[in-house]
Design a protein around this ligand. Structure first.
Ligand code: TXE
Length: 487
């Protein structure tokens, strides 16, 4: 079995325990993982705290920090194929997706490398004579970055990039499900020459490792991606250290198609929107809201596309949909689909486990019109599309917003004024019009409601990793008068 290590204070080590990582394509253990427990979390946070205040990182210019980030970006690009293979092996995300996504991760580091020396303070026109007052922007402190199993290199880059650009130090916790790519990425941090303690990469279980990290008194900010239930625990933990939090929590994103849309094009976007990453994507367009007059036509296209998808070995470049990452996830999907069918939802296609090994589930389309289906409400994080239809624009808006989540949304129409009305009325952090799933380091990303708070990506994200220090300098040489003498 391949063996991985933690990275704490510039050293690779075995951790307080070990656990086996499962290959989702076979259901069998393939790698031996290190487990960080409270002692390792303590050492990682202490190392990050020490590196923040003294030593080479604390004394580096922002431009030098940027150069290290550029070097890291180059190393990610050079090692993308190897990292992609590890992610595919450990999480089941197909190789054609991990290869392109990890190559793009390098661009996220480049974007924040360039930003490092463009984070500015401010000079204030203060209302008092003989005073210079300005704001310094300083790193917020030690950051705990916690990621789930899907896209660990990408989801850590949107935290590490801005945090390091801002001068913070970081403890990254990889998910216990599929930590291989992130643990391997630590070798690139080391090779790039980041001083010891600036980036620590650990993995372990939520109740022990995650909990110790999020309540650690030296953690100043927690950047979390995961499920809403865990996010609530993280926020409760942060009541102990008063760390600030940013939360990216997935969704149940509406994919709204009007009858005037280019249906072929919208169907391609919908297929990618729900079946890419086997549906294990926070922006999955998992609720199709289709104008009733074109519903049958659109579902016929989706059915034939879904049934033609090549399902197979995730490491095979020809595979289009792979397994789910965990049996736990597949069990949740099965249970919810059974309950939805019992409630009256109709299977258009899929709705069953595939194969006798690994965690495969067929791409599934469920017609949930006029039914209270659990599949419409629950984030399934799998290849399951629930379909609802509407007669009027008003109804489309109501259905789109009928969710506790609010991360992403898609609107397909050729009517310009309607597109603008929908953009304004949909309650979600991202609206894609006649496209879906586009992301960029330049564009902020994040949700409303149960989809979380805070934004990742873009310039503002780097500022979120800073805090201001207000500086008052008296510029007069006159002595300060005795405060107790009346004038
Ligand atoms: O995520 P968890 P799970 C949704 C999706 C999925 C559900 C549960 O619907 O079905 O969440 O997934 C760490 N303190 N998303 O259970 O538990 C954990 O070790 C601190 C949406 O796998 O949220 C892991 O590193 N940390 C989402 C990370 O939190 C704790 C992506 C995420 O795990 C902790 C993933 C604790 N008490 C799931 N408990 C998206 N936004 O894309 C666990 N963790």
């Amino acid at each position: 079995m391949q063996r991985f290590q933690l990275y704490i204070n510039g050293q690779f080590e075995d951790g307080g325990g070990r656990f086996a990582s499962i290959d989702p394509a076979t259901g069998e253990a393939w790698a031996d993982m290190p487990e960080a427990r409270k002692a390792e979390v303590d050492r990682a946070v202490n190392a990050a705290e020490a590196a923040l205040w003294s030593g080479p990182w604390a004394n580096m210019t922002a431009t030098q920090r940027g150069k290290l980030l550029y070097k890291l970006a180059d190393l990610v690009a050079a090692n993308a194929a190897r990292l992609a293979e590890l992610e595919t092996r450990d999480t089941g995300k197909i190789i054609r997706e991990t290869s392109s996504q990890i190559a793009y991760v390098a661009d996220y580091y480049r974007y924040y490398a360039g930003l490092a020396d463009k984070i500015e303070g401010a000079y204030l026109s203060i209302d008092k004579p003989d005073m210079d007052v300005w704001l310094r922007r300083e790193p917020i402190g030690v950051v705990a970055a916690i990621v789930p199993w899907n896209s660990q290199l990408f989801l850590s880059a949107v935290k590490l990039g801005p945090a390091l650009a801002a001068g913070c130090t970081v403890v990254v916790k990889a998910s216990e499900d599929g930590p291989a790519p992130l643990l391997e990425f630590a070798r690139l941090i080391h090779e790039a020459g980041f001083p010891a303690g600036v980036v620590n990469v650990i993995t372990g279980f939520g109740p022990s490792c995650g909990s110790a990290l999020t309540r650690h008194p030296k953690v100043a900010h927690i950047a979390f991606t995961g499920g809403p239930g865990t996010a609530a625990a993280v926020v409760r933990n942060s009541a102990e250290n008063l760390a600030s939090t940013s939360l990216e929590l997935g969704g149940k994103s509406p994919f709204v198609v009007f009858a005037d849309a280019d249906l072929e094009s919208a169907a391609n976007a919908q297929i990618a929107g729900i079946f890419a990453a086997t549906g294990q994507s926070c922006v999955a367009g998992s609720r199709l809201i289709i104008e009733a007059s074109v519903k049958d036509r659109f579902l016929a296209i989706l059915k034939s596309r879904a049934e033609a998808i090549r399902i197979g070995e995730p490491l095979d470049m020809a595979t289009e949909v792979g397994p789910l990452c965990t049996e736990r996830q597949r069990a949740l999907i099965e249970k919810t689909i059974d309950a939805s069918i019992a409630a009256g939802a109709k299977l258009v296609t899929g709705g069953r486990k595939l194969g006798d090994k690994g965690f495969y589930y067929a791409p599934t389309v469920l017609d949930c019109d006029h039914v209270t289906s659990p599949s419409v409400e629950t984030e399934l994080f799998g290849p399951v599309l629930s379909v609802l239809s509407f007669q009027t624009e008003e109804e489309a808006v109501r259905l789109a917003n009928d969710t506790q989540f609010g991360l992403a949304s898609g609107v397909f129409t050729q009517n310009l004024t309607r597109a603008h009305r929908m953009i304004k009325r949909i309650r979600a952090g991202v609206v894609w019009v006649n496209t879906y799933r586009a992301v960029s380091p330049i564009a902020p990303f994040g949700g409303f409601g149960q989809s979380g708070q805070g934004r990742e990506g873009g310039l503002a994200a780097a500022l979120d990793y800073t805090r201001t220090k207000t500086v008052w300098v008296r510029t007069s040489d006159d002595p300060i008068p005795d405060p107790f003498v009346m004038r």
